[in-house]
Design a protein around this ligand. Structure first.
Ligand code: GLA
Length: 413
């Protein structure tokens, strides 16, 4: 992320001000509502699912792309499979007016109308900002306008905020030169500040931290109200990026649970030159990791194979399992990794991932059930072949390069 973000020097031309009446929005804490309102519904009780504009559109995204994405989520069956958040990433922001109220740029002429459209499809709308003066793409951030911005989002009907550290790093360095501990403390306070601002709107808004996993964010994210936090730098649509991110998640499982999730970044399924096997493995492992499933592909031009991966209900059910226990790496044998995830009702998901070259009958991989504390034979379901499978002690498995066997076992003995 860092290099890529720093490399983004050119400013996108912003046009003035959308005609939305926002003059009542101030940056002082919200007045107490006259009547005590009902408690807000808890959000992100399972990992958020939806789509985000960044991985495919980057800076080019427009309101029309968001409308098209919403349409396609419905038409493709993805909404009905659980993908409900439509998240606008960076580059929607315009200028602040004399009252400090932020306006959209010309790519997003009417955010309220867009939110209404997205909501009319049974979907929710997400947005993006930074605790710094500028976002990573150098658009206006929320520094000094946190309450005002949170109120603005609520007035539009925003349901999800991704809050990306970006230029706040410079603020930290300027305020506490050479003092890393103080810099990190400033960062935590900045995230807490926006949490309080979101709370003051009294609207249920998913709060997604994006600071690339700095300062062991999983240890303090829940304390600053985060529903999810990025654990890594930016993902890229290539195997090495996905494989590296998977490796970095080992050891983080205990920090995830209902309402607060590790976020290994948005999905690249269907992007770049990932093979179908790599797309399957990427999606399977995000499910094993109880990761947010935010598709990032070109929905209107999605191939049937990619749609089949993204809408595999058995795999989604692993991700969305209500127990909310993230999977862990059980053992590694050469180039093959075996991960398990405990599911509700005593079920277990087992993922066998071949990170190396193809395994043929001449040298198959042997699954060691004893290392998982299990004994065969075990009846399970192969979630990609969509058929029953019997796991036996030391069984031979031929798994293609960068492919995965994902099995759900109802109740292992
Ligand atoms: C950072 C984030 C990305 C994306 C871009 C937008 O790099 O990590 O996910 O939001 O900023 O500029």
């Amino acid at each position: 992320m860092r290099l890529r973000a720093l490399a983004r020097l050119a400013l996108f031309a912003v046009a003035p001000i959308a005609a939305i009446s926002q003059s009542s929005l101030t940056n002082s804490p919200a007045r107490k509502p006259a009547q005590k309102s009902a408690p807000r519904p808890a959000v992100a009780q399972t990992p958020p699912m939806g789509w985000n504009s960044w991985n495919y559109f980057g800076r080019r995204v427009t309101e029309q792309d968001i409308r098209d994405a919403a349409d396609q989520l419905v038409a493709s069956g993805m909404r009905d499979a659980g993908y409900v958040y439509v998240n606008i990433d960076d580059t929607w922001e315009g200028d602040r007016d004399a009252n400090g109220v932020l306006h959209t740029n010309s790519k997003f002429p009417d955010m309220k109308a867009l939110a209404d459209y997205v909501h009319s499809k049974g979907l929710k709308l997400g947005i993006y900002s930074s605790p710094g003066p500028l976002t990573c793409a150098k658009f206006a951030g929320s520094l000094g306008h946190e309450v005002q911005d949170a109120q603005l989002y609520a007035s539009w009907g925003i349901d999800y905020l991704k809050y990306d550290l970006c230029s706040y790093r410079s603020v930290m360095q300027q305020k506490a030169p050479g003092d890393q501990a103080e810099q990190m403390s400033l960062m935590r306070s900045a995230y807490e500040k926006m949490h309080q601002a979101l709370e003051s709107t009294n609207r249920p808004i998913v709060y997604s931290l994006c600071q690339y996993g700095w300062d062991a964010v999983w240890e303090w994210g829940p304390k600053v109200g985060a529903n999810l936090w990025r654990t890594t730098g930016d993902i890229h649509p290539e195997w090495n990026s996905i494989y590296t991110i998977i490796g970095n998640q080992a050891g983080l499982a205990k920090y995830a649970g209902p309402g607060h999730w590790n976020d290994p970044d948005m999905l690249e399924v269907g992007n770049g030159k990932l093979t179908l096997a790599e797309n399957r493995t990427h999606f399977s492992m995000w499910a094993m990791l109880a990761a947010p499933l935010l598709a990032g592909n070109d929905l209107p031009h999605m191939t049937p194979e990619i749609k089949a991966i993204l809408t595999n209900r058995d795999v989604i059910a692993i991700d969305q399992d209500k127990l909310g226990r993230e999977g862990t790496r059980a053992y590694v044998d050469g180039e093959v990794e075996v991960w398990t995830r405990h599911l509700s009702g005593g079920a277990l998901a087992i993922a066998v991932m071949n990170t190396g070259s193809d395994r043929w009958p001449s040298h198959p991989f042997h699954l060691n059930l004893a290392k998982l504390g299990l004994h065969g034979p075990l009846q399970g379901r192969d979630l990609w072949a969509a058929k029953e499978i019997t796991l036996t002690d030391n069984m031979s498995l031929e798994i293609g390069s960068h492919d995965i066997l994902l099995v759900r076992v109802a109740k292992p003995r």
